[in-house]
Design a protein around this ligand. Structure first.
Ligand code: DX5
Ligand code: ZN
Length: 215
């Protein structure tokens, strides 16, 4: 089973509610919420108030991607506001096992993310504690970047690890995913597909339908 996960970072914030309604009605299962702090990544996006507002009106699984240094500071609040899953970066947290355990104790799903230059070996110690591995396919921090083709081998490597020992763990990819490279990524073993620009630019409903048809 594959899951499309539109990233609201690429939405038009003037019309955020309406655009989330469009993707929800078009039948996507997940919504990707990119939180940036200007420290772990150069840019600042949005945080708790946006999550809370969207949660109130939207029934989708809220997949919160924490591009934030020391994300453990925010776990309780994110879950209280309605995060269904929280992904932390292996590069950004000094207490990964404790943070993942805490997320699970509070009833949410866990994810661990790796940047393009981080090897797959970095996530192996945490595989028992995660519901999802996120392989970044751009350097995190901005939407609309070009897919880094070298990441495809890492997706395949994570897929092998999952198939061998952790069959319930999902494999998410994030960054530069388009209709043109979707098939290659699915074939490599990704099954949660984050898309920002490729969904929110242009005709959102038509974009979602086209993605869903090919997944
Ligand atoms: C990038 C974010 C992504 C971003 C993807 O740092 O983590 O989720 O929204 O956007 P596109 O699909 O436009 O690369
Ligand atoms: Zn993201």
């Amino acid at each position: 089973m594959n899951y499309l996960c539109p990233s609201i970072l690429a939405a038009d914030f003037w019309e955020l509610g309406r655009q989330v309604e469009i993707v929800e009605r078009a039948g996507v299962p997940y919504l990707h919420v990119d939180v940036m702090d200007g420290m772990f990544v150069p840019s600042i996006s949005f945080g708790m108030p946006i999550l809370a507002s969207v949660r109130k009106r939207c029934g989708l699984f809220m997949d919160v991607h924490m591009m934030v240094a020391d994300p453990e500071r925010y776990i309780e609040e994110l879950i209280r506001l309605g995060a269904d899953g929280i992904t932390i970066h292996v590069e950004a947290c000094d207490c990964i096992p404790e943070t993942l355990t805490r997320i699970r104790e509070l009833g949410a799903k866990t994810g661990i993310a790796i940047n393009p230059e981080t090897p797959v070996s970095a996530v192996l110690p945490y595989m028992d504690l995660v519901d999802m591995v996120l392989v970044m396919t751009v350097r995190p921090g901005f939407g609309g970047q070009e897919y880094i083709i070298d990441c495809i081998d890492k997706i395949k490597e994570v897929r092998r690890v999952i198939d061998q020992r952790y069959p319930d763990v999902k494999l998410e990819i994030d960054g530069g995913v388009t209709l043109s490279n979707l098939e290659m990524n699915l074939a490599a073993g990704a099954n949660v597909i984050v898309t920002g620009s490729a969904v929110f630019k242009g005709d959102i409903e038509a974009n979602v339908r086209e993605f869903l048809k090919r997944m």
